[in-house]
Design a protein around this ligand. Structure first.
Ligand code: TYM
Length: 331
């Protein structure tokens, strides 16, 4: 059975981008593959969270994984820092990752631009840690959104380079995966790029948002003055709202508003109201479960412990073999 690995950074509540780009695939894949889903808390250290925030954020992602439907009896759910073998593999892969290629990574360049005062080595080698996350379990499929495509390419590069260096066909090649043929990019509400945790207040709809909060954010989404000629192309901010509708609303609803747009009689207020209600319906079961398990400390700790044990079993087997391949031998 093929192995699947994916993770989400513990940097805040999960949003619809995380859900439709990644989580929805996790939930489907857990019944078909040997799945490892983790909470990427080591990755979150690049932004220096306080110990209290780190802990709260890790717990929140764990709660939201479970609430969204990841089943600890089917998939291995674990916290990245509970598996120190990942950090060890990261060290080995770093010896074979080059400054030029790391500096060229789009995500690195974006981070440097956004925060020039915090260009730390962890940010630079982020794709190496991500490669270690994936190949530590010898995964071949990685369910992620469109923004992670380049990181997967780098993971293949680092795994292949290890294989070549030691003349050993050891790590298989991991590929980004989505059940829809194309990797997903869910837009935000600011009329510009993707939905994200750090793209500004009001841009993201969180799985834990109350119905009121969802309505408020959607009603404030950026729009234009409306179409003036029939069948005209939609500007980015309007296309984004239709793209969001495509994931949360029915095909009939989408066709209805598309038709109103194309005949120039659309009222954006109506579209937003419908979009908000469909988002509320789509997230309701998750929201209810978040509230039901958020305070069940005994259950959460049992899940995390069980997952850590299973993940370490798999990771320590790889590390034993990797040490052997590299040449670390007992005297
Ligand atoms: P992160 O935490 O930024 O996002 C987690 C997952 O959500 C997807 N995603 C989106 N998909 C579609 N539209 C959006 N607007 C959107 N926003 C986020 C991301 O593509 C991702 O799948 N580096 C990763 C975490 C990571 C990882 C790994 C993933 C660390 N190690 C190993 C896979 C395998 C990240 O920062 O994702």
């Amino acid at each position: 059975m093929e192995t699947v690995v994916s993770g989400i950074r513990s940097t805040g509540n999960l949003h619809l981008g995380n859900y439709y780009g990644a989580l929805q695939n996790f939930i489907k894949m857990q019944s078909e593959y040997n799945c490892f889903f983790f909470i990427a808390d080591l990755h979150s250290l690049t932004t220096h969270p306080t110990p209290a925030d780190l802990h709260t954020n890790v717990k929140q992602v764990l709660v939201e994984y479970l609430a969204a439907g990841i089943d600890p009896d089917k998939a291995t759910i674990y916290v990245q820092s509970d598996v120190p073998e990942i950090a060890e593999l990261y060290l080995y892969l770093n010896m074979n990752a080059y400054l030029g290629e790391l500096e060229r990574a789009t995500s690195f360049k974006d981070k440097v631009r956004a925060n020039p005062d915090n260009v730390n080595a962890g940010l630079l080698t982020y794709p190496v840690l991500m490669a270690a996350d994936i190949i530590i379990h010898k995964a071949t499929k990685v369910p992620v959104g469109k923004d992670q495509e380049q990181h997967l390419e780098m993971a293949r590069t680092f795994g292949n380079r290890f294989n070549r260096l030691y003349n050993h066909d050891y790590f298989p090649e991991p590929y980004a995966f989505s059940y829809s043929n194309n990797l997903v990019k869910i837009p935000g509400l600011d009329g510009k790029g993707k939905m994200g945790k750090s793209e500004g207040e009001g841009n993201a709809i969180f799985l834990s948002d109350t119905p009121e909060a969802i309505r408020k954010k959607v009603m404030r989404a950026v729009t234009d003055g409306g179409p003036t000629t029939e069948n005209q192309a939609k500007p980015q901010e309007i296309q984004n709202l239709f793209d969001l509708m495509k994931v949360v609303s029915s095909a009939d609803t989408l066709a209805h508003f598309d038709n109103l747009y194309n005949t120039c009689i659309i009222r954006y207020g109506d579209l937003k109201k419908q979009l908000a209600e469909d988002m509320i319906i789509a997230t309701a079961p998750i929201r209810d479960r978040i509230n039901a398990i958020a305070n069940d400390a005994a259950y959460l700790s049992k899940v995390a412990q069980h997952g850590a044990d299973k993940a370490r079993e798999s990771a320590s087997k790889t590390i034993r073999e990797v040490r052997e391949i590299i040449g670390f031998r007992k005297f």
